[in-house]
Design a protein around this ligand. Structure first.
Ligand SMILES: [Zn+2]
Length: 230
């Protein structure tokens, strides 16, 4: 499994520029880097079409994704309008009815939910990055950089992380990958089992859970009880 991540614009091309002077290219890269970090932490290989502030043509980007034969491609952009009003979040695909639409629906739902921004839904549009890529590809428009309130939020590291997390959660849901906590280590389970056998713990307990004071006191009382019996 290899996922292509394409942070829109870069270098001489700032993308859209917010009313406060924020460059779309910087927000796109910050979100993309967080997506890459979260995916690699899950053991998923990634390919970034740019990992710094460099200029890359659309053709170079689609060629590198096609050449690396990534399984899915995610382009990351921010939307912009001449009117400061629009503030929805949306995801674009080339056509309905394929894997890209299923992936887009999952990612879009997570992004709308985690940002709380108006849900612009999954939209169909003829775009280079969704058309010229040979794998299912989606393009996320992570809110409007032309909306003053949203521009401020898009600049914040916390919001960038939240959007990245939502994209990765959508991908995981689509791929059916568990992102839950790792399984309890065997040695913790062994201790819990032994304590049950000795009567120090009377019922099943989650070995990962922190022990509150009452629980520790109860175990100590059970220990005293067990000692008296011997
Ligand atoms: Zn863009």
């Amino acid at each position: 499994m290899k996922i292509g991540i394409d942070p829109g614009h870069g270098g001489e091309d700032p993308g859209a520029v917010g009313p406060g002077g924020t460059y779309e290219k910087d927000v796109n890269l910050a979100i993309a880097q967080r997506v890459q970090f979260l995916l690699s932490r899950m053991g998923i290989e990634t390919l970034m079409t740019r990992s710094d502030d460099s200029s890359k043509s659309l053709m170079t980007r689609s060629n590198s994704l096609n050449g690396a034969r990534v399984d899915f491609a995610i382009s990351i952009h921010c939307n912009s309008s001449a009117n400061p009003g629009p503030n929805y979040i949306s995801t674009y695909i080339q056509a309905a009815g394929g894997e890209a639409e299923l992936l887009a629906m999952r990612v879009q739902a997570r992004m709308a939910q985690s940002t709380g921004w108006p849900d612009g839904g999954v939209r169909i549009q003829n775009l280079h990055m969704t058309r010229e890529t040979q794998m299912p590809a989606i393009l996320c428009e992570c809110g409007f950089i032309s909306n003053p309130a949203q521009e401020l939020m898009l600049k914040s590291s916390e919001v960038q992380t939240r959007i990245a997390r939502a994209i990765v959660d959508g991908i995981s849901e689509f791929l059916n990958i568990e992102t839950g906590p790792p399984a309890v280590e065997q040695w913790k389970q062994d201790i819990m089992e032994q304590a049950m056998k000795e009567g120090l713990v009377k019922s099943e307990h989650d070995a990962e859970e922190a022990a509150p004071k009452w629980f520790v006191l109860q175990v100590a009382l059970n220990l005293l009880d067990a000692l008296r019996k011997t």
